[in-house]
Design a binder for this molecule. Structure first.
Ligand code: 13P
Ligand code: ZN
Length: 268
């Protein structure tokens, strides 16, 4: 595998775009992406292990799956100029408790500290959608700001976002899940995130950031982009006198016109 493989080029481009949008300061955020076996085999020998990483959680449902993943501590800003140092390709071992390094992390290093949230979310999303491929985490500022001033229950947070842009309900008709502040980088937040991912493709970590899942990098990126823009509008208007907004019956009309399978119980 090298950075000329189309899947890797798209991953690198996504890291740069996320950095330029201000979502991934310093080493903030991480991405993991499933690479299909045949595609990986075109670029590297998937049977040769260059190293081993153990983890605490059970990823046996992903045994044999190959992932491109950002290195812990890597700056999204620098992925483009040194992908082999800042990215790695790992394969989940049959024990489900470790992964082999197939490529990358040159000069040492290991996968993101949020590997539990990533892999546990992949497990859950693959059960929902066999085409699922991507989990992305970032620290988008407006969404994060919103978690300081808005109630954190899924229904009310979703309702506010849906009302900020007419097409929000089209982009995430299932709504968003929100977790209260939790210690990050461990299995507890990984399990809690995966629990939300049973219902949603977006899980917001209060005072921390966003996790988004999708069948492609574009889908996960687009979810963050839309949530973050809706949050930005909320932050811009929150202290203003609201003269008109989108009503529940108007949201319902959008959802029904687009034939969406939306969270009906999230509307009055
Ligand atoms: P990593 O550098 O380990 O990926 O951590 C960044 C982060 O955003 C933690 O939540
Ligand atoms: Zn983070």
């Amino acid at each position: 595998m090298n950075d000329t493989a189309p899947v890797m080029r798209e991953l690198i481009k996504t890291c740069s775009n996320m950095y330029r949008l201000g979502w991934n300061e310093r080493n903030g955020g991480n991405i993991s992406l499933i690479i299909d076996q045949e595609e990986a085999a075109r670029y590297l020998d998937t049977t040769v292990s260059l190293g081993n990483f153990n983890f605490q959680f059970d990823a046996s449902e992903l045994a044999g799956r190959i992932f491109a993943v950002t290195r812990t501590g890597s700056y999204f800003k620098n992925v483009e100029t040194d992908p082999e140092h800042n990215l790695g390709i790992i394969k989940i071992n049959p024990d489900g408790k470790s992964a082999s390094l197939l490529w990358g992390f040159s000069g040492g290093g290991r996968p993101t500290s949020e590997l539990s949230s990533h892999l546990c979310s992949h497990i859950v999303r693959l059960r929902q959608d066999k085409n699922h491929r991507v989990v992305t985490h970032c620290h988008a500022a407006n969404t994060l700001a919103m978690t300081f001033i808005h109630s954190l229950d899924d229904r009310s947070f979703t309702r506010t976002l849906w009302r900020m842009i007419t097409e929000c309900i089209v982009v995430f008709p299932e709504g968003v899940g929100v977790l209260p502040w939790m210690l990050c980088g461990n299995d507890e937040i990984g399990q809690a995130t995966a629990e939300k991912m049973k219902e949603y493709r977006i899980c917001i970590w209060a005072q921390h950031g966003i996790f988004a899942a999708g069948a492609s990098l574009d889908e996960a990126f687009g979810l963050i982009e839309t949530v973050e823009k809706a949050a930005e509008i909320y932050i811009k208007i929150m202290n203003s006198k609201i003269l008109q907004s989108i009503t529940d019956s108007e949201l319902k009309a959008v959802a029904e016109t687009f034939g969406l399978d939306y969270r009906k119980d999230f509307l009055d």
